[in-house]
Design a protein around this ligand. Sequence first.
Ligand code: BGC
Length: 255
Amino acid sequence: MAHVLGVDIGGSGVKAAPVDTVTGELLAERQKFATPQPATPEAIAKIVATLVRTFDWTGPAGVTFPGVVVDGVIWTAANVDPSWIGVDAAKLFGAETGLTPLTILNDADAAGVAEMRFGAGKDVTGTVLLLTLGTGIGSALFTDGVLVRNTEFGHIQIRGKDAEKRASDHAREEHGLSWDDWAGRVDEYLEHMEALLSPKIIIIGGGVSRKSDKFLPLLTGLRAKVVPAALQNDAGIVGAAIAVERAHGRAIVPG
Ligand code: BGC
């Protein structure tokens, strides 16, 4: 059994919990702090360190980030402070928390990894697409369970605009859209993604997946099965924890 701290950095909150990576269960109640504004590297690193202290954690940790992450370095930051770009986040969080090993990955990739292991994508072969509809739109693409990292499908152009500016949950709230109107936008976006990728299933994650009965029945014309994420709000935390195992081998921490 391996116990790993999972930390999920989002546009509105930073949350964490220790995870049993064998069962996918949280070992303690999830703790959450509001994302500091501006969401600079220093401010977020301090919150991560506070969460680590809250759990008195000394073992391995996995951390998600809402942007492109390559070898621990941040390449994009659409919904957090642009000063993140170019920062070696693995080094920064390692120095601030003292934790090792520590792995950083994109937030939607983490959610996807968790859904494939424990949730809506379990045992599904072929192409699976997970889209998180939250502050932005995150994506995770799998073929036979293998992740293609950092796909960034939330930035595909629909009607000349970034898809996430039209079809994220934030866009729904910001423009005061009815479920019907918003579902129309989501439908148009999903049809576009389906035309490009032909996934067997599309998993919808993010906070709004809890309200899937309000919009999934309104979607039309897709061949793919569209299903809500099973782990909902915990997917990022669980996926971050699993990613540590993947990056550093399975036998890191006997729990
Ligand atoms: C970012 C992605 C992220 C998504 C969800 C997008 O704006 O570019 O990297 O996964 O938001 O947070």
